[in-house]
Design a protein around this ligand. Structure first.
Ligand SMILES: CC(C)(COP(=O)(O)OP(=O)(O)OC[C@H]1O[C@@H](n2cnc3c(N)ncnc32)[C@H](O)[C@@H]1OP(=O)(O)O)[C@@H](O)C(=O)NCCC(=O)NCCS
Length: 181
């Protein structure tokens, strides 16, 4: 029905159009966007879904993962995820996520968070972050902040702020400080 490929630069315009259609202009105002600004999605974990043959072939889905620090654990934020409205409900979303989560695990990532509907993301193993355990850099409905471990026990080390990845220098200082405490 559809196939999943890694995103390439020539897909950018079609992805942008799909995200505008799926999320509307408010997409840049979401709290999750604050973790994307000035950050770079992991190229090996950006996917597109294509459907159709020959001249009919077109991009119908998109998914990216972003590096974030999850309360002290280097991990990923999943999203945005979008599928063309007319082609939803055929498994493109779930299949892109399964592929991405398997690749992320193979790359050594241990923990993934996202902001989204639990009844959907539970299908690929996400569950709710306990209230107060992690904070996003802005307002988020706490019941929509979800996590999934790629490495059993990784969530146990995650407490506090979800931020963009810490610069190497800052990270070294934080580690040195935590060792000296
Ligand atoms: C969410 C989205 C990516 C799902 O893509 P999709 O390709 O239709 O999803 P799949 O076909 O893989 O999965 C469909 C299943 O998930 C369910 N589902 C889809 N969205 C859901 C939601 N928000 N809450 C609960 N279940 C949902 C469907 O009912 C269906 O269930 P079934 O398999 O039991 O019939 C798509 O609806 C979309 O692009 N929405 C607009 C953008 C968006 O909201 N993205 C997510 C941001 S949090």
């Amino acid at each position: 029905m559809f196939d999943i490929e890694h995103e390439r630069p020539e897909h950018a315009a079609a992805i942008d159009a799909l995200l505008d259609l799926s999320f509307g202009p408010g997409r840049y105002a979401k709290t999750a966007q604050r973790l994307r600004e000035g950050n770079i999605a992991v190229p090996e974990l950006c996917y597109v879904a294509f459907m159709g043959e020959g001249a009919e072939r077109r991009l119908i889905g998109s998914l990216s993962f972003w590096p974030v620090n999850i309360g002290g654990v280097d991990g990923l934020m999943l999203g945005p995820l979008a599928v063309e409205p007319a082609l939803r409900g055929q498994g493109a979303g779930i299949n892109m996520m399964r592929r991405g989560l398997a690749d992320a695990k193979a790359l050594g990532y241990k923990l993934v968070i996202l902001v989204g509907d639990e009844p959907y993301y539970v299908k690929v193993g996400f569950g709710p972050v306990p209230p107060g355990r992690l904070t996003m850099p802005g307002p988020v409905d706490p019941s929509r902040l979800l996590y999934r471990e790629l490495d059993l026990g990784a969530f146990g080390h995650a407490h506090g702020a979800i931020t963009k990845p810490l610069p190497a220098k800052e990270e070294a200082a934080v580690q040195a400080m935590s060792k000296s405490i």
